[in-house]
Design a protein around this ligand. Structure first.
Ligand code: PLP
Length: 380
C-alpha cells in the first residue's frame, strides 16, 4: 500500500552499526531502524539466542507457559526495581493498547471518564493508541475514537495540572517526544506529572517505547528523574530487532486485569523473549548504558562544534539526539547524508533523528561528525 511512499534505499544486510544496500554499498546506520537495533545488526549474542530458541520452541500461545517469558518478566521488573506485573505484546502500539485498557478499567470502576495526553505525542497507529496520539495529521482522518482524550502542550506543567482532575483516569506521556522530534521536556516536568497524578489519583503511564533499554544512558529514561510511573510501556530497542512489546503495571496497577480481560496469540513468543533477554544481557555485559552516555556526549559535542548556516543545534540525551536545522530541509539533508554513506532520519521537517546502535564505535561517531559539514553543504 502507498502508506510508506517509496523508501529511498533497499538494504540487504548489516553488521554492527553498518548496513549494505542491495548494490553492495556501505552505510553507517545512524538511526538503527528507529532506535530498535540496539545491539546493532547481526550481533552474535542475538543471533545465537534467536537461533537456539527457534530450534527449541518457537511458539506456545498463552494457554501454556514457557521459560523465556518468565525470565524476561522477572528481569524487567528487576531492572525497574519495584514489584509489578508484565503483559507481553508484539509491538509498541499493542503495549499501549494494554496500558489504555488498564487505564479504562481503572477509570470505569472509579467514575474517571477521561484521559490526558500530549500535543505532538506519539503512541502508535492502532485505534486506541492513535486516539492518544496528539498529532492531528495522522489522527484526525480516522476519528472519532469514542474516547475522551484531552491534549495538553507537552512540557507545560501548569497546563497538565489544570487538565488532570479527579475525573481523569490516566495521563500518557513520553519522557521526551520521540516522533515529535526528540524534544526533551523542561527539567522537572516529569516529576511534576508524577506529583499531579499522585495528588489526583490518575495513573501515570510512561510510554518508554523509544526511550528505554539504554537509549538515554539509563535502562529507562524516567530513572534519570528518580520517579516510578504506574504503568510503563516498552518495545523498539527491547527486542534488538525482533518484534516485542511489554506493558508493565507497577504495584496495584499490575493487578487491574482479571482473567480473560486481555490477551495475544503471539505476544511474548519464546523467540522474541529470548531475543530480549539477549539484549538485556548484552547491554549489561558490554556496559552499553555507559557507552550511550559517552558516545552520546561525543556525538552531541561533535554536532555542536559544526558551524553551518543550516544547523541550529542539537538536543536530546545519550544516543537519542536530534540535530536541529534552521530551515525545513531535513529531507534534503537525509538524502545528502545517504549520498555520503550515512543513514539519518528526517523525523521532523527541521530535525534529524540520530539513534544509532548502542554498540557504535567512537571512530564511527567521528566519521559522521567529520562528514556533517559537507552533508549540510550538499543539502543547500
Ligand atoms: C514507535 C512508538 C510507538 C509505536 O510502536 P510500534 O511498535 O510502531 O507500534 C509508540 N510510542 C512511542 C513513544 C514510539 O516511539
Amino acid at each position: 500500500m502507498p502508506n510508506y511512499g517509496v523508501p529511498p534505499l533497499a538494504i540487504s544486510r548489516g553488521l554492527g552499526a553498518k548496513v549494505w544496500d542491495v548494490a553492495g554499498r556501505e552505510y553507517l546506520d545512524m538511526f538503527a531502524g528507529i532506535a530498535v537495533s540496539s545491539l546493532g545488526h547481526a550481533h552474535p549474542a542475538l543471533v545465537q539466542a534467536v537461533s537456539a530458541q527457534v530450534a527449541k520452541l518457537a511458539h506456545t500461545c498463552n494457554l501454556l507457559l514457557h521459560e523465556p517469558e518468565v525470565l524476561l518478566a522477572e528481569r524487567l521488573l528487576g531492572l525497574l526495581g519495584v514489584p509489578g506485573r508484565v503483559f507481553l505484546a508484539n509491538s509498541g502500539t499493542e503495549a499501549n493498547e494494554c496500558a489504555l485498557k488498564l487505564a479504562l478499567k481503572y477509570g470505569k470502576a472509579r467514575g474517571r471518564g477521561f484521559l490526558v495526553a500530549a500535543e505532538n505525542g506519539f503512541h502508535g497507529r492502532t485505534f486506541g493508541a492513535l486516539a492518544l496520539t496528539g498529532k492531528p495529521s495522522i489522527r484526525d482522518q480516522f476519528g472519532p475514537f469514542g474516547l475522551d482524550v484531552r491534549f495538553v502542550p507537552y512540557g507545560d506543567a501548569d497546563a497538565l495540572k489544570e487538565a488532570v482532575t479527579e475525573e481523569c483516569a490516566a495521563v500518557f506521556l513520553e519522557p521526551a517526544l520521540g516522533e515529535g522530534g526528540v524534544v526533551p521536556p523542561p527539567a522537572g516536568y516529569l516529576t511534576a506529572a508524577r506529583e499531579i497524578c499522585d495528588a489526583t489519583g490518575a495513573l501515570l503511564v510512561a510510554d518508554e517505547i523509544q526511550s528505554a533499554i539504554g537509549r538515554t544512558g539509563a535502562w529507562f529514561a524516567h530513572q534519570h528523574e528518580g520517579f516510578v510511573p504506574d504503568v510503563l510501556t516498552l518495545a523498539k530497542g527491547l527486542g534488538g530487532g525482533m518484534p516485542i512489546g511489554a506493558c508493565i503495571g507497577v504495584g496495584e496497577a499490575g493487578l487491574l486485569f482479571d482473567r480473560g480481560d486481555h490477551g495475544s496469540t503471539f505476544g511474548g513468543n519464546p523467540v522474541s523473549c529470548a531475543a530480549a533477554l539477549a539484549v538485556l544481557d548484552t547491554v549489561e555485559a558490554e556496559g552499553l548504558l555507559g557507552r550511550a552516555v559517552e558516545l552520546g556526549a561525543q556525538l552531541a559535542s561533535g554536532i555542536a562544534a559544526v558551524e553551518h548556516p543550516l544547523l541550529s543545534g542539537v538536543r536530546g540525551r545519550g544516543l537519542w539526539l536530534a540535530a536541529t536545522l534552521t530551515r525545513p530541509v531535513a529531507g534534503a539533508v537525509q538524502a545528502a547524508a545517504q549520498e555520503a554513506g550515512f543513514l539519518v532520519n528526517a523525523v521532523q521537517p527541521d530535525a534529524l533523528r540520530l539513534a544509532p546502535a548502542l554498540v557504535i564505535s567512537s571512530a564511527e561517531v567521528a566519521s559522521f561528525t567529520d562528514a556533517l559539514p559537507a552533508i549540510l553543504e550538499g543539502a543547500r
